[in-house]
Ligand binder design. Structure first.
Ligand code: HEC
Length: 470
């Protein structure tokens, strides 16, 4: 090649990249559409999550050309958990998204996102415990490290804590060491599909995955032997969006299991989503218990009234400051908690309310604030904490993922008098330090010695809170 043709080639290349830039869609609109509809499964930076990365990878549905992308986005792959976006999005919106993804298709975003890298770092480094704020006389320590993506917890009579997980796909047993100050982490099972939900009934550990419920019999005797499990015969929706399943054994000996709405907001009144179910331990007599519940990821039964209390996560895309996430009470079957018509007890949905009023539905007993992401809750039933802290509700607030100023990231304490909310204050703060996240609380439980444990899926650990009055 002569130097002249070389120069011409370089000039042509430069031109080509210029025109490629000019042809790129305005990032604003496409990006907003992506952030509003796709991040839940494909990640904020297209790094993947429930769905594949939308950066460089072996594309499942043909080369990532605009035409192919429009096809897969419009029709979805419903049987694989990718929703069809036509007609929810218009043809021009889908075309914008296709352009955005095509432009991104060869970038390597599958590498851990900055958030994932930060999380990996957090798993190694225990945050400075002095940075946590608790009421006077309470102390926090690490009960167990290496509990990757720790989610719901349940404590057996012998003091073993079973912990579900999310991406790690594992169920753990935290076995107290002799001094009871810390625990050994034993992996009970692995390779499961987001097994976030765990509960104990008749000596068996029940685990909720996205598409099934499994049971490990006599778990306290078998946790260390990679125990076998049985699949409980029950058919529930297994959408990936809000499809992870927490579970809890009720005082009636039934298993309670919610199914979230497969969307940010959509009318699923006549489907099996956005409801709480209960069933016998063997999966028989599955029945609806409560409806209009967008996505509860934590619930508990009041220690004396035995009534069901649950958190519910408010919808997104109505701005930073509305609607509020909810704490609800369902003393009997058949109650409706408003979704998708009314949010936070007072905010009619701009698209779905259509002539329905908030008065028709059960209002929350406490409004927890917008985007705080309340997950697990527990009543403190121990004797170690002072009287004023007993039989109160403790709520793990995972924290906002899409609010301009982060909110949540704490364990809240809600005190009750005759089941009426009296105060709502922070019990543990300091999971968020400035804008730096050091942990995201998921669930709360009481240990037999009256100390409290809190799971953190971001740091991959479980904290322990004790009281000595000093
Ligand atoms: C509820 C989860 C979920 C949401 C929300 C979602 N997707 Fe997907 N998506 C998936 C899954 C799961 C797959 C993989 C399907 C398969 O295995 O064939 C997928 C596949 C895709 C593919 C094909 C990838 C490939 O490798 O060929 C594209 C493109 C895509 N999604 C775009 C989008 C866009 C754009 C949005 C938002 C408008 C979106 N998705 C929202 C779950 C989701």
């Amino acid at each position: 090649m002569t130097s002249i043709t070389l120069r011409a080639a370089i000039a042509a290349l430069a031109l080509a990249s210029l025109s490629a830039q000019a042809a790129e869609p305005k990032p604003g609109a496409a990006d907003k559409l992506y952030q509003a509809n796709c991040t839940a499964c494909h990640g904020v930076k297209m790094e993947g999550g429930v769905g594949p990365t939308l950066g460089n990878h072996a594309w499942l549905h043909g080369a990532p050309t605009k035409a192919n992308l429009i096809k897969v986005i419009s029709k979805g792959v419903p049987e694989k958990g990718m929703p069809a976006w036509s007609p929810a999005l218009s043809a021009s919106q889908i075309a914008l998204l296709a352009d955005l993804i095509a432009a991104n298709a060869s970038k390597s975003v599958a590498a851990p996102s900055p958030a994932a890298t930060a999380a990996a770092k957090a798993q190694q480094n225990v945050p400075d415990l002095g940075g946590f704020k608790l009421p006077r006389g309470f102390h926090i320590s690490v009960y167990a490290n290496d509990v990757s993506t720790a989610r719901s917890m349940v404590v057996s009579d012998s003091g073993i804590v079973y912990v579900g997980s999310r991406k790690a796909g594992k169920v753990y047993a935290l076995v107290p060491r002799a001094d009871k100050q810390t625990a050994e982490v034993v992996t009970v099972a692995e390779g499961l599909e987001n097994p976030i939900g765990v509960t104990l009934l008749n000596g068996a550990l029940y685990v909720g995955e996205i598409s099934r419920v499994i049971r490990f019999d006599k778990i306290d005797q078998r946790y260390a032997q990679k125990p076998s499990y049985d699949v409980v015969k029950v058919s529930l929706p297994n959408d990936k969006w809000h499809g992870e399943k927490v579970m809890k054994a009720g005082p009636d000996g039934k298993l309670y299991i919610p199914v979230g709405a497969p969307c940010n907001v959509c009318d699923v009144e006549d489907t099996r989503s956005a409801k709480i179910y209960r069933m016998n331990a063997d999966g028989s007599q599955l029945e609806e218990y409560a409806r209009g519940v967008r996505n509860t990821v934590g619930f508990a039964f009041h220690p004396t009234t035995k009534v069901l209390w649950f958190t519910d996560n408010g919808r997104d895309e109505m701005g930073d400051n509305t609607p509020s996430c909810e704490l609800n009470v369902a003393p009997k079957a058949g109650m409706h908690f408003g979704f998708p018509y009314c949010h936070g007890g007072v905010v009619p949905d701009p698209d779905f309310a259509k002539g329905r009023t908030c008065e028709e539905f059960e209002a929350p007993v406490a409004k927890l604030g917008p985007h705080v992401a309340p997950l697990g809750l527990a009543f403190y039933t121990g004797k170690q904490f002072p009287e004023a802290y007993r039989n109160s509700v403790y709520i793990a607030e995972h924290g906002s993922w899409n609010r301009s100023t982060k909110s949540g990231y704490s364990v809240r304490l809600i005190t009750l008098y005759n089941s009426k909310v009296v105060t709502d204050t922070a019990f543990i703060d300091g999971f968020l330090r400035g804008e730096e996240v050091v942990g995201r609380p998921v669930d709360v439980a009481t240990l037999p010695d009256g100390s409290m444990i809190v799971s953190d899926d971001y740091g991959g650990r479980v904290y322990r809170v004790t009281y000595d009055g000093k």
